[in-house]
Design a protein around this ligand. Structure first.
Ligand SMILES: [Zn+2]
Length: 195
């Protein structure tokens, strides 16, 4: 098993008033290191990431006092996680995100990391009862999470090999790497256009 993610995202202290929460998108992208807060997928290709309100804007059982543009409540999220989470909130209190192993943990809380891990092939698995609830609520079983984890890993591997080749040139290896790289780019481009 591998760790779910290495870095816990951290929000800056942003208190300035903005008209729309979309104005926070760039800051969120930076604070979440270009990754979805919930599934940790990296934003790649043509993927459009969205902004999730951790405490939903319209929870079913109460009226939230948290304004839609307040930065501390925003999560940079992939489309899949944002859509899956929707207006889900299990308590009637905006300060209680989970109770009796049901509900959510803010992705900027280190505790979030302990709810999941990864198989050696990058599939997300839950480690706790609360993790299992979130796993189902956020649809973390979807195959794209494993595929994107592997795309990310392969990109890093190519970078590493390139660095070694720069230091110690090898024509044959360079040629092979280039052909792998071309294939990889072609497949990920096709995948990006599909999903
Ligand atoms: Zn996600």
């Amino acid at each position: 098993m591998a760790v779910f993610r290495k870095h816990t995202p951290k929000r800056q202290e942003i208190t300035i008033n903005v008209l729309s929460y979309h104005e926070h998108k760039e800051d969120l992208q930076k604070d979440f290191q270009n990754r979805c807060g919930y599934c940790n997928d990296i934003k790649w290709g043509n993927a459009e990431f969205e902004i999730d309100h951790f405490v939903p804007q319209k929870p079913k059982n109460f009226k939230t006092t948290i304004g839609p543009t307040l930065y501390f409540n925003l999560v940079y999220a992939c489309k899949s996680c944002n859509r899956a989470k929707g207006n889900k909130w299990v308590t009637n209190n905006e300060n209680t995100a989970n109770i009796n192993d049901i509900g959510f943990i803010d992705p900027c809380d280190k505790e979030y990391n302990n709810q999941f891990e990864r198989t050696e092939t990058g599939r997300i698995v839950h480690k706790t009862a609360l993790g299992e609830w979130m796993y189902k609520a956020l649809k973390l079983h979807k195959p794209q999470h494993e595929i994107i984890w592997n795309i990310d890993l392969t990109n890093k591997l190519i970078d590493e090999i390139e660095k070694v080749l720069n230091y110690k040139p090898n024509e044959e290896l360079s040629r092979k790497l280039l052909s792998i790289y071309k294939k990889f780019r072609n497949y990920t481009k096709q995948l990006g256009n599909i999903g």
